[in-house]
Design a protein around this ligand. Sequence first.
Ligand code: DAH
Length: 355
Amino acid sequence: MSEIKKIKEEYLLRLDKVLDQYKLNEIKTELFGKNGIISNKFKQLGSIDEDKRKEFASELNVLKNELQDLILKKNENIQNQEINKKLKDDNIDVTLPGRSYFAGKIHPVSQVIDEVTSIFSEIGFSVEEGPDVESEYYNFSALNTPENHPARDMHDTFYLHHSKDFLLRTHTSPVQIRTMLKSKPPFKIIAPGRTYRCDSDQTHSPMFHQLEGLHIDKNINMGHLKGCLYYFVKKFFEVDKVKIRFRPSHFPFTEPSAEVDIGYKIQNGKIKIGEGNKWLEILGCGMVHPNVLKNVKVNPKKYQGYAFGVGIDRLAMLKYGINDLRAFFENDIRWLEFYGFDPLDVPTNYRGLSR
Ligand code: DAH
């Protein structure tokens, strides 16, 4: 029997028995791979006597085509078998009712923290955090708040273990101190977080949220503070024009100090920010007091800057039309279903507070 015939018989038999793609590929490589039987035969053509070469070449070509066709067909068969098997095994009953699932919602407070953080990070503020349990020093003394200041009153502050040294922070301002103590100026940070005061009614909750801002550098002045707050309010309330009023005020850690009101009106029962002639207080701010800078070993003759503190819950209530602060913390899943946000819409650059 000729060599070609032998190859043919052997491979027809083997191909007939092949049941899967893996085996088929193996045979394909054996025949047509770089060192395959058929490929090698073609390479040998040159060394065959001229009178036999033509016949051999044509026989080889016929065999090559035959085997290639067979492999193609086999391939198709195997694929069809696999699809049929899959269809048979995956017995899907399309008449069954769908499975219900529960998609969680982002709490409005977390949503606002995300929004505010992304707004300030666009203009170079980075995020800092501090502990909820603070020492009296960071919460008050270092912030130039003297021993007899009314803010230290037992009625306002939650002290721990009947001690005057440790307390639940009454504001996020201690993060200013912690930040300035751990590195060197310039500082440009925001600090969102939980704060606590002994107070509870429709607009006050014993636990609430604040956002602290601090910008210290050479030659920072009140103009920078105004520019920063205008930018923030416009971005946050998504309006082109805002009316902002700086009212002189007093905070121990700033001089001068101001409270900031934004203009609004009520239209069709809804609050409209940036128009009208009513005023609403949204934050406290000022130029950082030289004593605070001295307490953290920053030279007030060389460096100065501004700070501000905003109520985050207040911002959420205003922007999203929520009128009772207590509902924020009652953990009513129906409330969250209604006022919460789709997790896929949240800006991703702040992941600090646990949700
Ligand atoms: N810590 C103040 C409060 O809780 C708010 C505040 C006012 C923060 C002025 C500041 C500031 O940083 O400069 O009432």
